[in-house]
Design a protein around this ligand. Structure first.
Ligand code: 4AD
Ligand code: MG
Length: 441
C-alpha cells in the first residue's frame, strides 16, 4: 500500500504519479479535448487537466457527470506549473467517482451572511473560511509550543462550576443534579491553584458568557488561554503576554503564508508586531480619548468605540494598566499608586489589571493582572462584590498556605485569530460559533 498523497505535499512528488482523493471545487471545459478539474482535498487546491487521448476513455464521461463538491479519486502525474494555484498541476490518467453531490447551496455568487451561517457546516469548505480555521489550528499549536518552551504545565480547569469568576451578570446556569451550577466564565481561579502547585501553568479550554451583545467580537462560547505564575506581578505578566503574542504572530508568519495570502492579509503589518509594546495607564488612556473627542468620566469602563480609538491610535497592540478597581473583578490586587506614583484626588482605588488592546477594532485580546494575595483583603472584596464567601473557601486557602504575589492573564483565542487573520467577525474564527441568536448548526 503506497502512502496516501495530500495536495500540500505536492513539491515532494513532482514528476510522480499520485492519487488525489478529494472534492470538486470547480470545473471547466476548453473545447472537446481539454477539461480542467479543480480539486480540493482539505490540505489545498489543485488544478488537474484531462486531455483526450492521454487519460482513460471513461475519465471524460465521468468528468461530465461531476457537480460541485462531488467526491472523486483522480490519478495522474504532477508537474510544476507556476501559473497554477499552489504551483503544481496534475496531468490526469484516471478519474473515479466516489459520490455525485446534490446541488450545492453555496455557489460562486455572493451570499448573505445569514444564509452562510445557516450553512456553516458547508461554508467552512470555502477558501477563506478554510484558511481562517487553518490559521486557528496553527495558533493553537503555537500557543502550546510557547508555553511548553517556557516550561509551563498545562492545567485543565473544570467547565461545570458552582460559582462565578467574572461577576454574576453573564453566567450560564445549569442544573447539576440537585444543585445549581454554571458553565465556567474563566479557568483563572483554578489556574491560581495550579500556579501554587506547579509554579507556572496555563489553562486552555472553552469558557462561556451569556453575553447579550451582538458585536463582531462577542461569542457566548469562546476559548481562553490563561497562564498563571507564582511570584509574578503586573509588569512581569505584561512581559509574558508580550513574548507570547509576538511568538504566536511569528509562528503564523512562517507557517501560514498560503492561508494569509488567501485571506489577503497584509503581512507587513504583522511583521511590525515586535516587543516592546506601548504601556499606558487607564488615566493616560482617558487623556488620549479626550483629545479624540471621546471623553469618559474617571471610573467608567471603555466601550467598543473607546477600545477602537485606542487601538487605532497606536496601530499595534497596546497595554492599558491600572484600571479603576470598581470596574474590575473581585480578585484583583488594588493600589493607590500607578507604578510608585501616588495619585491623589481619586475616590476609588486602582486594580492592578492589564488589558491588551488590538488595533483595527478587534478590541481587548488579553485581560489579566496581579491577584490579591492577602486573605482578609480578599475576603472583604468577595463580600463587597456580593459573592458567597462559602463558595470561595478553597480559593481563600491559597492565601493561608504559602501565599505569594502572583499574576496571570486570559487571551481570547477567537479575537486573536480575528486580529491575526483580519477576518471581520469572530464568528469566522471558530468552526461553530455560539452567539446571542446562533445555536445551530
Ligand atoms: O478580560 P476577561 O474577562 O478576563 C478573564 O476572564 C480573566 N479571568 C483572565 C485571567 O486573568 N486569567 O477575558 C479575557 C479575554 C478577553 O481579553 C477577550 O479576549 C476574551 O477573553 N473574551 C471574549 N472573547 C470572545 N467573546 C467574549 N464574549 C469574550 N469575553 C472575553
Ligand atoms: Mg476584560
Amino acid at each position: 500500500m503506497t502512502k496516501r498523497f495530500y495536495i500540500e505535499e505536492a513539491p515532494a512528488f513532482e514528476g510522480q504519479e499520485v492519487t488525489i482523493q478529494g472534492w470538486v471545487y470547480n470545473k471547466r471545459a476548453a473545447g472537446k479535448k481539454l477539461k480542467f478539474l479543480i480539486l480540493r482535498d482539505g490540505t489545498g487546491i489543485m488544478q488537474t487537466i484531462l486531455f483526450l487521448g492521454e487519460c482513460d476513455p471513461d475519465a471524460f464521461n465521468n468528468f461530465d457527470q461531476l457537480t460541485q463538491e462531488s467526491a472523486v479519486k483522480v490519478t495522474g502525474t504532477l508537474r510544476a506549473e507556476p501559473r497554477s494555484p499552489g504551483g503544481y498541476e496534475m496531468g490526469v490518467r484516471s478519474l473515479e467517482i466516489v459520490h455525485i453531490a446534490s446541488e450545492y447551496p453555496i455557489t460562486k455568487k455572493e451570499h448573505g451572511v445569514e444564509f452562510l451561517m445557516e450553512n456553516r457546516h458547508l461554508w467552512i469548505r470555502s477558501q477563506k473560511q478554510w484558511a481562517a480555521l487553518r490559521v486557528r489550528s496553527q495558533i493553537i499549536r503555537a500557543i502550546h509550543d510557547f508555553f511548553h518552551g517556557e516550561h509551563f504545565v498545562q492545567f485543565d480547569a473544570p467547565i461545570l462550576t458552582p460559582s462565578s469568576c467574572e461577576g454574576t451578570s453573564n453566567l450560564f446556569a445549569t442544573q447539576y443534579f440537585d444543585e445549581n451550577a454554571y458553565l465556567t466564565q474563566s479557568g483563572q481561579l483554578y489556574g491560581e491553584v495550579g500556579a501554587m502547585a506547579f509554579g507556572k501553568i496555563y489553562t486552555f479550554g472553552p469558557t462561556f458568557r451569556a453575553e447579550k451583545s451582538k458585536t463582531r467580537k462577542h461569542l457566548t462560547e469562546f476559548w481562553m488561554i490563561e497562564p498563571e505564575v507564582a511570584f509574578s506581578d503586573l509588569s512581569m505578566t505584561m512581559d509574558l503576554g508580550e513574548r507570547f503574542v509576538t511568538f504566536v504572530v511569528n509562528q503564523i508568519l512562517s507557517r501560514c503564508e498560503n492561508e494569509l495570502t488567501i485571506l489577503e492579509r497584509d503581512t507587513s503589518e504583522l511583521k511590525s508586531i515586535v516587543s516592546p509594546f506601548e504601556r499606558i495607564s487607564y488615566d493616560e488612556a482617558l487623556k488620549i480619548l479626550e483629545e479624540k473627542g471621546l471623553a469618559l468620566p474617571w471610573g467608567e469602563d471603555f466601550g467598543a468605540p473607546h477600545e477602537t480609538a485606542l487601538g487605532d491610535h497606536f496601530g499595534k497592540p497596546v497595554w492599558i494598566h491600572h484600571f479603576p478597581s470598581k470596574i474590575k473583578a473581585f480578585y484583583f490586587k488594588q493600589s493607590d499608586e500607578v507604578f510608585g506614583s501616588p495619585v491623589t484626588g481619586r475616590a476609588g482605588k486602582y486594580a492592578l489589571g492589564c488589558d491588551l488592546i488590538a488595533p483595527f477594532g478587534y478590541g481587548e485580546i488579553i485581560g489579566g493582572g496581579q491577584r490579591e494575595e492577602d486573605e482578609a483583603t480578599l475576603q472583604n472584596a468577595i463580600k463587597a462584590h456580593d459573592l458567597d464567601l462559602s463558595d470561595y473557601q478553597w480559593y481563600l486557602d491559597l492565601r493561608k498556605f504559602g501565599s505569594v504575589p502572583h499574576a496571570g492573564f486570559g487571551l481570547g483565542l477567537e479575537r486573536t485569530v480575528a486580529w491575526i487573520t483580519r477576518v471581520e467577525h469572530v464568528r469566522e474564527t471558530i468552526p461553530f460559533p455560539r452567539m446571542l441568536q446562533t445555536l445551530r448548526p
